[in-house]
Ligand binder design. Sequence first.
Ligand SMILES: NCc1[nH]cc(CCC(=O)O)c1CC(=O)O
Length: 329
Amino acid sequence: MLQPAPFPMSRPRRLRRAPWMRALVAETRLAPSDLIWPCFVIEGQDAAEPVAAMPGVERLSIDRLVRAAERAARLGIPAIAIFPYTDPARKTAECEEAWNPENLVCRATRAVKAAVPEVGVMLDVALDPYNALGHDGIVRGEEILNDETLAALEKQTLAQAEAGADILGPSDMMDGRVARMRMALEREGHSNVAIMTYAAKYASAFYGPFREAVGSGGALVGDKKTYQMDPANSEEALREVAADIAEGADMVMVKPGMPYLDICRRVAETGTPTFAYQVSGEYAMLRGAIDNGWLAGSCVPESLMAFKRAGCAGVLSYFALEVAEALAG
Ligand SMILES: NCc1[nH]cc(CCC(=O)O)c1CC(=O)O
């Protein structure tokens, strides 16, 4: 490492003296192209429902979602992630609604791709929105079955690829899901569908508001600790990433984001395209503090810049639209 000259030959403040100078020497930049916007979709026409635990976030009917996707595209956001609020009457133990080609998320995907083909659509591969018991896998007694779940995830993968999804995000944390998905996609002629795996997904309390948003929280029996990762671990995150890449994933994700910034850094250093998910609880925390006047709104771009600094290629954030708007000036 070079040693800086001693003071006063070296004065680090010279490079912080004015906005133009700071812009000139900035090591990291945040742009709309770094962002993926997660959205919630509901049945209906011209409908928007607030999510109580996420002030400012709404579940949108498909027609409104299409308009939101158009806005995102105009702002230079490359992709949106769509999550369905499933009618509880459609949730079963076998989760069949997950691979119904007419389910809400498949219809939403077709509508967005028809209207705004230039925006990438990302969909979760996991059973929780369709599971009467709220889990990401098939439940038998006390157990979340791995291999039986893989068969269901394969069907969900193909239904979503057929609907036009560009990126699939396995968020279920079953072992072997990426290989199973990749082989099915190749076999059925969907070789261009990218997989962004939730590789290092922790069993986290920061998902609480999301479960309200998609209506899976009330249904959840027990917790997800037998498949999502233990917050105590980081070596394991690298093993998960290695396994998913070896199975055919194109990109990996760390989730949640800010409490796991060390993991973001370690994963990004492997040279794999790495994304962070700034999850619902992180949104709620920052939004709540801003709305109460406890934090300035600039904490949002600062929180996103942290992921860029850590080496991430991009971030999934519920703030994507407003940040892209602010960046556009
Ligand atoms: N598998 C479902 C899923 N996909 C994304 C999130 C969380 C996203 C967020 O909190 O914003 C979850 C919740 C969970 O695993 O319980």
